[in-house]
Design a protein around this ligand. Structure first.
Ligand code: SF4
Ligand code: SF4
Ligand code: SF4
Length: 319
């Protein structure tokens, strides 16, 4: 049985026998090449669930909406690590969640596809076929490309493709390709630049931000009921586009993600002005790993280092 059929079967069974009230997975979107998060609450919804290499999004954040009920979720390596963080931070009760772990071969980047083929909404059809993507622009315009050519940047250097936390495993474990050495190549490139240059790169990139907060909404570990940027009492940061406020927002968000970010790429994927957080988040993850020997989302019994003050903690400035 393939993974998609297995997901549908288990979702139907779990909803039918009342073990869960909701099943979080993916369904086909309405545009070619687009899949959407989907929450099945009735056994007959299970047939809408899908699984393919477009199911890139980290779904763990949806669990925050089901705190009081039993829920099941499909989880790749990155989703399972974010669940690990949420459990460690006591946002979720692990006993209430059934995790269907799915080893991941790396997901396809919609942005990379659009860069090459233009808006997916203008395609007639996009079909995934074994290891290929068939792009159908019109009845007589068809192109076949390799799926691996369009690997999402987060997946290019992922070292936890297999789920870390799960109750059931669907499919065979995959070979982990990346090590800390290869995983942090991008971080090392960023680190080679001087502090002054790093600040210049960051400000040039981040000041494009229009403060829509889509990155925050898409992040599984941004769950505060009131974000510091929205707070009026105390009033940490003004609304608007003043550079100080924009940078304060981003530095605040980055610090809040230190040791908690699993580098899933959700935030970069949804940014409407194309800000790519990859290098900054990788650099931050490397610092946390080197200084605290902590890899986000692996241990559910240990909170991330910035929530765990020790008098002998390293004191250097993080960036
Ligand atoms: S980051 Fe890793 S686990 Fe997540 S989609 Fe990419 S390859 Fe899969
Ligand atoms: S900060 Fe971005 S990359 Fe990190 S966990 Fe959140 S959405 Fe994923
Ligand atoms: S998604 Fe992009 S534009 Fe919107 S707040 Fe985040 S960085 Fe800024």
């Amino acid at each position: 049985m393939n993974i998609e059929s297995e997901i549908r079967k288990r979702a139907r069974e779990l909803l039918q026998n009342g073990e869960i009230n909701a099943f979080i997975g993916f369904a086909e979107g309405t545009l070619p090449g687009v899949v959407i998060p989907f929450i099945a609450t009735e056994p007959q919804h299970a047939q809408k669930l899908i699984w393919n290499r477009l199911c890139r999004m980290n779904l763990a954040g949806y669990l925050n909406r089901f705190k009081a009920s039993k829920v099941a979720i499909t989880a790749k390596g990155c989703d399972s690590r974010s669940i690990g963080i949420l459990v460690a931070e006591k946002q979720l009760d692990r006993a209430e969640i059934k995790i269907l772990g799915i080893p991941c071969e790396g997901m396809i980047s919609r942005k990379k596809l659009e860069k090459r083929f233009g808006p997916l909404s203008e395609l007639k059809q996009l079909v995934l076929d074994d290891s290929n993507i068939i792009i159908i622009k019109s009845d007589n315009q068809k192109e076949t490309v390799s799926q691996d050519e369009f690997l999402h940047s987060a997946c290019e250097r992922c070292m936890h493709r297999n789920p870390i936390h799960y109750d059931e495993l669907l499919g065979e474990l995959v070979e982990e390709k990346d090590t800390f050495e290869t995983h942090f190549i991008k971080a090392k490139e960023f680190e080679k630049t001087s502090r002054t240059d790093r600040w210049k790169i960051m400000t040039e990139m981040l000041l494009k931000c229009v403060r829509c907060y889509a990155c925050r909404q898409a992040c599984p570990t941004c769950y505060c009921e009131e974000c510091f940027v929205d707070s009026r009492f105390p009033h940490w940061v003004d609304k608007g586009q003043h550079p100080t406020d924009v940078m304060f927002w981003h530095i605040g968000r980055l610090y809040h993600q230190a040791g908690r970010c699993v580098e899933c790429g959700n935030c970069s994927e949804v940014c409407p002005v194309g800000i790519d957080f990859d290098a900054i988040l990788a650099f931050q993850a490397k610092k946390v790993f080197e200084r605290y020997n902590y890899d986000a989302g692996i241990a559910v019994d240990e909170v991330p280092p910035l929530q765990n003050y020790k008098t002998d903690d390293p004191q250097e400035f993080i960036l």
